[in-house]
Design a protein around this ligand. Structure first.
Ligand SMILES: [Zn+2]
Ligand SMILES: [Zn+2]
Length: 166
C-alpha cells in the first residue's frame, strides 16, 4: 500500500488517491442520513450494474438454507438477515441456531389497573406499555413488562412481515 501522509492527502495529493479524506467522510455522513428507501434503490441499482457489488452483496445478504455453499443450482437460498418473529431482534440466518438464543413472552401484556389508579384514561395502549412497563403484567407468567421473556427458544424468521401487517 502506498503511504500517503496527511498533509499530502489534504493538499495536492488528490491525484494519487481517488478521493480526499474529507470527501470520504462526507460520503459516510450521506450514507448515514439518506432515507432507507433511497438507500435500497441505490443498492439494488448498484447490484444490477456492478458484478463485483452483486457478488459482495450475495456474500453478505444471502445464505444457503442447508449449509451448502452458494452456487449455481442451489435452490434453497435465503435472506441472511431476518427479524425474529418472537423477540423482534435481527439475527443471522446463516449461523447455527442455539437452543436458548431467543427470549420472549408467549402471552399478552395486560395492564394492572390497580397500579394505574382511578384515572379515566384507558392505559391499555402502546404508549402506556412503553412508558410504564412496570404497571403491566404478562398473561403467560405474571411477570411485569420490564422482565426478560419467560420462554427460551431459537430465533424464527418472519418478524418483519408480521410487523408490516400491523
Ligand atoms: Zn412470560
Ligand atoms: Zn428471537
Amino acid at each position: 500500500m502506498p503511504t500517503v501522509t496527511r498533509q499530502k492527502a489534504q493538499s495536492s495529493a488528490a491525484d494519487s488517491v481517488p478521493f480526499t479524506k474529507d470527501a470520504k467522510e462526507q460520503l459516510r455522513r450521506a450514507i448515514k442520513t439518506v432515507s432507507e428507501e433511497r438507500l435500497r434503490e441505490i443498492v439494488t441499482e448498484l447490484a444490477s450494474k456492478e458484478p463485483i457489488v452483486e457478488k459482495e452483496l450475495m456474500k453478505t445478504l444471502v445464505v444457503s438454507g442447508n449449509k451448502r455453499k452458494i452456487g449455481i443450482g442451489a435452490t434453497d437460498l435465503l435472506s441472511r438477515w431476518e427479524t425474529c418473529a418472537n423477540c423482534a431482534k435481527e439475527f443471522d440466518v446463516g449461523e447455527e441456531r442455539k437452543g436458548k438464543e431467543c427470549h420472549y413472552h408467549s402471552g399478552n401484556l395486560e395492564p394492572d389497573y390497580n397500579a394505574f389508579g382511578d384515572d379515566d384514561e384507558d392505559p391499555n395502549t402502546e404508549w402506556y406499555r412503553k412508558e410504564y412497563p412496570e404497571n403491566f403484567n404478562w398473561s403467560c407468567c405474571g411477570e411485569d413488562g420490564t422482565t426478560e421473556g419467560c420462554v427460551a427458544s431459537t430465533h424464527e424468521a418472519g418478524g418483519m412481515q408480521k410487523k408490516r401487517k400491523l
